[in-house]
Design a protein around this ligand. Structure first.
Ligand SMILES: [Zn+2]
Length: 521
């Protein structure tokens, strides 16, 4: 978006974001107390925004899923321009995708839904065609885009970058998902997508410049790490057992563009559309809210939030019986698809965007007598540090208090965002040079039986002060004090596996280590 738009939205959002709670619907109120629920925003806390402009059922005058939606609001007459065809069930699909993202992450994608039937409002067109000049419809159109702008502002502020998906449905003869990047069929058919003019027009223009793997535009559109190829690479067993996608395909969702090409015919080559029907993502929403050129009315474009128009085929939107209501008589593909789609979107963000919680300590090992080290944050500042038990770290600054920490191996975690899904870890060892490993001082230290299933006995040639048990992750699971050369430890509560014993001899401050195998007899 351009600077003026951004400034306006930044100001607007100050007034309207205070009551936003992730996962809780907000509805546009044309006048205070308006409870018609036409334009809906469910705020999120992930760098993902999804909108569904054409799934609305309200004022359709139709019965859908056994519920009638009367056409009873005289303030919104039927549009007498443009197209009225609804993208069936995308209003439900978008909610199921958000629910599955929450299920997988504990966090929410931002979703914006036009609950009005397309015969009343088409938010994916410039305002004139969207409303056919109706003043009330214009208010709802503005509300829809203001909600997306609020979501974009939140993502820019909290994450610095993100992905916008405009979710649609089509019924083209080849059952595949069509992803649109404002690249035409002709360009996909003929051109090298790395041409500067094509990149400048792409709604993932920001991603080309900033993707973590340094991939080219061509690779991002139809290489193995593209969204299309990721949708094709997912298993999708239920879908393929119930739908025949053709071309010998038995798994994944055929998607254009992707890297799938069966070689059988042009209709089995999903790398380019040839002359088959294909939505290129050159409509209003994707342009206004993606990172390419501005929309036709001059608003939006640029910025750090990429746009992908996602036109999913009819056969991933079958509901059968849903929430007790009969929508159609087909096997329900929509919910399994929503689950797969959610997982693929998260994977796509991980691959191309997620350096959100990157941090590093300069070394992987410190002595308790070193000066306290600080983490260098290369991801987003303001997150929270934590550690496995025994290492003392400042949760805000990431400074390790070495002298207050125990000798051992630790995992330090840095998490960002208010729901802590994005986090990274680093393993750090803390040593004490004054504890010299010198097995010769303890002439013998034996443990038996090894492997053990419960009691572990030890015998040493001198008195033992401490035995600590660590797992292979470096987590301390036991810390036993003794004043004897002979003793026992009950290991029956330990899960089966390999452990490390650290043994500290009493008088000579000696540290030795032994491997222990715990088995369940
Ligand atoms: Zn549509």
């Amino acid at each position: 978006m351009n600077k003026n738009t951004f400034l306006f939205l930044a100001l607007a959002s100050i007034f309207s974001t205070y009551s936003q709670t992730p996962g809780i619907s907000i509805f546009y109120e044309q006048t205070p107390g308006d409870n018609r629920g036409y334009i809906e925003y469910i705020p999120g806390n992930l760098p993902i925004i999804i909108s569904a402009p054409h799934g609305g059922v309200k004022l359709s005058g139709n019965t859908i899923g056994e519920v009638n939606y009367p056409d009873n609001d005289t303030s919104l007459p039927d549009r007498n321009c443009g197209t009225n065809e609804r993208d069936d069930n995308t209003d439900i699909l978008i909610r199921e995708i958000q629910a599955e993202i929450f299920n997988l992450t504990g966090c929410y994608a931002h979703i914006i839904i036009n609950n009005l039937h397309r015969s009343k409002l088409d938010p994916n067109r410039e305002i004139v065609e969207a409303t056919c000049g109706d003043n009330d419809a214009e208010d709802h159109w503005n509300a829809f885009h203001n909600f997306i702008d609020q979501a974009s502002n939140s993502v820019e502020t909290n994450w610095g970058k993100g992905l916008f998906i405009d979710l649609h449905g089509q019924s083209h003869s080849i059952a595949r998902i069509e992803l649109g990047y404002n690249i035409s069929s002709t360009q996909l058919n003929n051109s090298n997508l790395n041409d500067t003019s094509i990149i400048n027009n792409s709604t993932i223009n920001n991603l080309v410049a900033n993707n973590l793997g340094g991939l080219t535009h061509e690779q991002l559109i139809r290489g193995s790490e593209s969204l299309g190829s990721k949708l094709k690479a997912t298993t999708a067993t239920f879908y393929n057992n119930n739908i025949n996608p053709g071309c010998g395909v038995t798994n994944g969702y055929r998607t254009i563009p992707s890297n799938f090409d069966s070689g059988a015919s042009n209709s089995c080559d999903d790398t380019r559309p040839f002359n088959f029907a294909y939505f290129a993502g050159d409509y209003y929403n994707n342009l206004r809210h993606g990172s390419g050129p501005a929309a036709s009315d001059g608003t939006g474009g640029s910025g750090n939030i990429d746009g992908i128009m996602s036109e999913v085929n009819r056969r991933v939107r079958d509901l059968g019986t849903y929430n007790g209501n009969v929508y159609d008589t087909r096997p329900q593909t929509l919910v399994p698809f929503a689950k797969d789609y959610a997982a693929v979107i998260l994977d796509y963000i991980d691959i191309h965007y997620n350096n959100f919680a990157d941090f590093s300590f300069g070394l992987s090992s410190y002595d308790v007598n070193d000066s306290d080290p600080t983490a260098t944050i290369s991801g987003i500042a303001g997150g929270t540090f934590s550690s496995t038990n025994g290492l003392v770290i400042d949760s805000n600054s990431g400074v390790i208090d070495l002298s207050a920490s125990n000798v051992g191996d630790y995992t330090i975690t840095y998490s960002v965002g208010n729901c802590s899904y994005y986090q990274t870890t680093q393993n750090i060892s803390i040593t004490d040079a004054t504890l010299k490993v010198n097995e010769s001082i303890i002439k013998t230290f034996n443990i038996y039986p090894n492997p053990t299933s419960s009691m572990l006995y030890f015998e040493a040639s001198s008195s033992i002060n401490k035995i600590q048990i660590y797992n292979t992750l470096g987590q301390q699971l036991g810390n036993y004090s003794f004043n004897t050369s002979k003793g026992e430890i009950d290991t029956s509560r330990l899960p089966d596996g390999m452990y490390l014993l650290k043994v500290i001899e009493k008088n000579n401050n000696v540290l030795i280590t032994k491997q222990l195998l715990k088995i369940n007899k």
